[in-house]
Design a protein around this ligand. Structure first.
Ligand SMILES: *[C@@H]1O[C@H](CO)[C@@H](O)[C@H](O)[C@H]1NC(C)=O
Ligand SMILES: *[C@@H]1O[C@H](CO)[C@@H](O)[C@H](O)[C@H]1NC(C)=O
Length: 344
């Protein structure tokens, strides 16, 4: 046969073979895995399994352990909707692995540390979004060598333990009950750590030490303050782009309470209780930020515009990069620098 004939004939052969042999290929037989449903999304060549109809985790476990799965390297698992599945037990998928797992809007309270062991090489995206998880097995993270996105938002998690993950890029834990943060996290590829709306109150010293490529940190409504202690917000990343700390109760920083080494970061302290732009604290920060496109936002803080901020008023480059107003509403840029020169 001419090579071009082979090319023409191939799609036809594949098509007729699949419709003749099994309609569910490459999924298991439909009835063998109920209440789970498997679909081959032909257009994108992905296999998706949805177990949202399950009412117990045993039903899911049985579908994977007793059904015959002709292929074990699948794309996406979904469990969605409040249907009483309350735990994800050990090795729930048997030998089957997934690249993406979405357990969303569920009543899941517990996930076993070996729940997704079969996915350790392939899992890239794990989401437990809107559930009742009280703890996450942080110690299991090192085995997921491809895990890039972990989303645990809207649960009841109370702590982030120390963990190692060479692959993690995004960690979202907003809207939990996190009150305890452990140091000793090693996440060299972590770009985004989003943890708004948690009763954290204190970020321990050296918390960011193992996050040398962090670009975005958000901890708004985290009850941080009133004083931020030495080493608490020590950002080591040269590529830091934004730090959002709005709506906390921060009124002061101890020496070394906040430090950056990136010239392009936006440090956003809007809506806190800061009364003074103390030179010993903020000058080292501004010295970095003024080298690039960085800024400090202190809008909506009760700042007393006196001599303690003369260093800002007398340096036009720094003054341009500090956004805010005095407690009486006058913008920093509207104040007369001459007064600070003459009277401070
Ligand atoms: C599973 O498939 C993905 C994508 O095709 C591939 O990168 C990965 O190496 C496969 N994993 C295994 C264990 O075969
Ligand atoms: C607000 O306070 C600043 C600094 O004390 C002062 O220079 C300015 O005139 C005040 N503005 C108003 C509107 O009172």
């Amino acid at each position: 046969m001419q090579p071009w004939l082979v090319v023409l004939a191939l799609p036809f052969c594949l098509h007729s073979a699949s419709s003749r042999e099994s309609r569910t290929f490459p999924c298991p037989e439909h009835d063998a895995i109920l209440p789970c449903v498997c679909n081959h999304e032909a257009a994108i060549d992905e296999v998706h399994v949805d177990c949202s109809e399950a009412t117990t985790s045993t039903q899911i476990l049985t579908a994977f352990h007793e059904g015959f799965w002709p292929f074990d390297n699948l794309t996406e698992f979904r469990l969605k909707g409040y249907r009483k599945v309350s735990e994800i037990p050990e090795e729930i998928f048997g030998y089957v692995s997934f690249r993406r797992i979405f357990v969303e809007t569920t009543d899941v309270v517990f996930v076993d540390q070996s729940a997704f062991l079969s996915c350790r090489d392939d899992l890239a995206h794990l989401s437990f979004w809107y559930g009742h998880l009280e703890r996450f097995p942080w110690q299991s993270l090192p085995q997921f060598v491809s895990l890039a996105i972990l989303n645990l938002e809207f649960n009841e998690i109370t702590a982030i333990d120390s963990f190692e993950s060479p692959s993690l890029v995004t960690l979202r834990v907003s809207n939990n009950r996190i009150a305890t943060l452990k140091t000793g996290i090693s996440a060299p590829n972590l770009n985004a750590l989003i943890m708004n709306n948690n009763p954290i109150s204190t970020i321990p010293s050296r918390f960011f030490e193992g996050m040398e490529n962090l670009e975005e940190f958000q901890c708004q409504w985290c009850n941080l303050g009133p004083a931020i202690s030495d080493g608490s917000m020590e950002f080591r990343s040269q590529t830091l782009k934004s730090v959002y700390l709005r709506n906390n109760i921060i009124s002061s920083f101890e020496p070394g309470g906040i430090s950056v080494v990136s010239p392009d970061a936006v440090v956003d302290l809007e809506a806190n209780q800061i009364t003074e732009l103390t030179e010993s604290i903020f000058r080292p920060v501004m010295d970095f930020l003024a080298r690039g496109n960085g800024l400090l936002n202190v809008w909506d803080n009760p700042i007393v515009c006196g001599c303690s901020m003369a260093w800002v008023m007398l340096d036009p480059i720094i003054l341009e990069r500090v956004y805010g107003s005095c407690v009486n509403g006058t913008l920093f840029q509207e104040l007369d620098p001459h007064h600070f020169e003459a009277f401070c």
